[in-house]
Design a protein around this ligand. Sequence first.
Ligand SMILES: [Zn+2]
Length: 256
Amino acid sequence: MSAHESEWTLRRLHAGELPAPDAARARSHAAGCAPCAEALKRFAQVQSQFEAHLPFEHFEAGIEQALERQRAEDRARAKARSRWVAPVVSLAASVLLVVLARPLMHTGAPSNRLKGGAVAELRIGGGEAPQRVVDANLREALRPGERVRLGYTADTHRYVAALSIDATGEVTALYPDAGESLPVEAGDGMHWLPGSLEFTGTGAERVVVLLSDAPLDMDALRDAARRAYAVSGRDLDLMPALDVPGEQTQWTLLKP
Ligand SMILES: [Zn+2]
């Protein structure tokens, strides 16, 4: 048994993910151990570098614009529906807010490995509870105030997209909100899509991250999501993979 805390333990301590007794033990060890204290200091430096890479003011404007565009499209669709369909059924659309939050840490947390070296990860944080990674295809309950960040390791893939579907089948394009999927960020390792997501409303929300070699059209992706939802018998937990090229990971969140 090593005399030092493991790097994984120290990372979790830094991320606030350790249960209180373990955190107390690790902290007290690090207080009297130069190598472990040094490791913690390094994580803090990496964290501040990471945060410097994600200037939220910058993203806020872009995301607000994107949300406004999406709202305008939704209004246009609702208008089209009301013109052609009677009686009008008003669906309580799941409203998706993007809020400012501290970026989540990139720790070596357990990931949802796609085949090859590609990985997609969904992290929950920003609330009272410790940050956590959600296993694909499991249901995870969001606590009030908690937000979601999506990350990926692209491996050989060149484009990334994300969307979500609520329990009524309403599809929301997340990244990007329209147009074609985004070129992946350069460099190896985990990249986080900008901003954190807060899912409002109630019930389940299925989140899908897609990595592909060619850009995918977001309208086509939304259609593919609606088809998958229909195939599932309107049960998000049973939703099959979207019938599109590339690799994808799905998670089901239960909104608070
Ligand atoms: Zn030590």
